[in-house]
Design a protein around this ligand. Structure first.
Ligand code: MD3
Ligand code: FE
Length: 218
């Protein structure tokens, strides 16, 4: 196996899974090999369902620009947060979830111990430099027994991994291009967020970070 000609045929994609906390598994670089195909699929989705900065229930424009693919998409407006089958900007269904995205989510969930995960929603978050996400819980999905798979592409970011109460001091986890995180079981309702993304450019995405979250929302 140390023969350089054969070693990579048997190696897992990039790093070994790292258990951050019960139910929270980091798969370092798990999406590196597929990144070009994933980015091509994302570009196609965004050409049909453009990124937009949604408004919170409180009326503030989010710094992160968002879109979705899959049967359901996460939306926010003055009425609150929810999943919807139609893109409100276009009054049309969200683009279907491309097989390359669905497969990454299902394979990653299986590697993290959540076999049989079939997402029906994929939220696409684009962070320009300075964009951030405040500490929150993901509570808009129907079944908290279903995990969430997240994929990071492009510029690095510091992910805040909190506890079960808003005031719990979060751990800082650096995330880079191609990293995949799976959150399920006891980690599913932990508070989490993202520090402001630093200025920079990445060869794969230019001056932004992309994060995709795959969920079984309905
Ligand atoms: C931990 N997105 O879209 S993904 C979100 O990087 C969101 O764009 C962040 O939080 C981003 O809701 C973080 C990682 C993530 C997603 C869901 C979680 C971490 C989680 C649910 C429970 C615990
Ligand atoms: Fe979240």
């Amino acid at each position: 196996m140390s023969d350089p000609h054969t070693a990579d045929l048997f190696a897992p994609p990039a790093g070994e899974p790292q258990v951050l906390a019960p139910g929270a598994v980091l798969l370092p670089g798990a999406a590196l090999d597929d990144a070009p195909a994933l980015l091509a699929a994302i570009r196609d989705i965004l050409a049909r369902a453009p990124l937009r900065q949604m408004v919170t229930r409180g009326g503030f424009k989010m710094s992160v620009a968002m879109s979705n693919c899959g049967a359901l998409g996460w939306i926010s407006d003055r009425r609150g947060y929810r999943y919807a089958p139609l893109d409100p900007e276009r009054d049309a269904p969200w683009p279907a979830m491309p097989p390359v995205l669905q497969a990454l989510a299902t394979t990653s969930a299986t590697r993290a111990g959540f076999a049989g995960f079939v997402p029906d929603a994929c939220l696409i978050n684009r962070y320009a430099p300075g964009a951030r996400m405040a500490l929150h819980q993901d509570r808009d999905e129907a079944d908290f027994d279903q995990p969430i798979v997240s994929l990071s592409l492009g510029l690095p970011a510091v992910f805040l991994f909190g506890g079960f109460e808003r005031g719990d001091r979060p751990t800082r986890i650096p995330l880079g291009h191609g990293d995949v995180l799976v959150w399920g079981g006891p980690a599913r309702l932990r508070f989490h967020g993202v520090l402001p993304v630093k200025d920079g450019t990445h060869p794969a995405t230019g001056a932004c970070r992309l994060n995709l979250t795959f969920r079984k929302a309905g």
